[in-house]
Ligand binder design. Sequence first.
Ligand code: ZN
Length: 74
Amino acid sequence: MLTITCDVCRKKMEDPQTNRSFFYYAKHSVCEPCRDNFEYQIKPNLRNKEPFAFDWYRKYVSDTLDKAVQKGRA
Ligand SMILES: [Zn+2]
């Protein structure tokens, strides 16, 4: 059985379904509750970013997620 650990909250997920019960962001695997918290956090900044640049987005997601992983929560 495949088990994946959420990089943020360290919860283990058995038989996870990609993009349904867990998600890949940057280089991290993230469970659904952490994904929701994370998206809630980054959404206002994404909306305000003009002009939108994909390189900036990738770096922003990766940096924000690195911080969440260090803190142990999104
Ligand atoms: Zn999690």
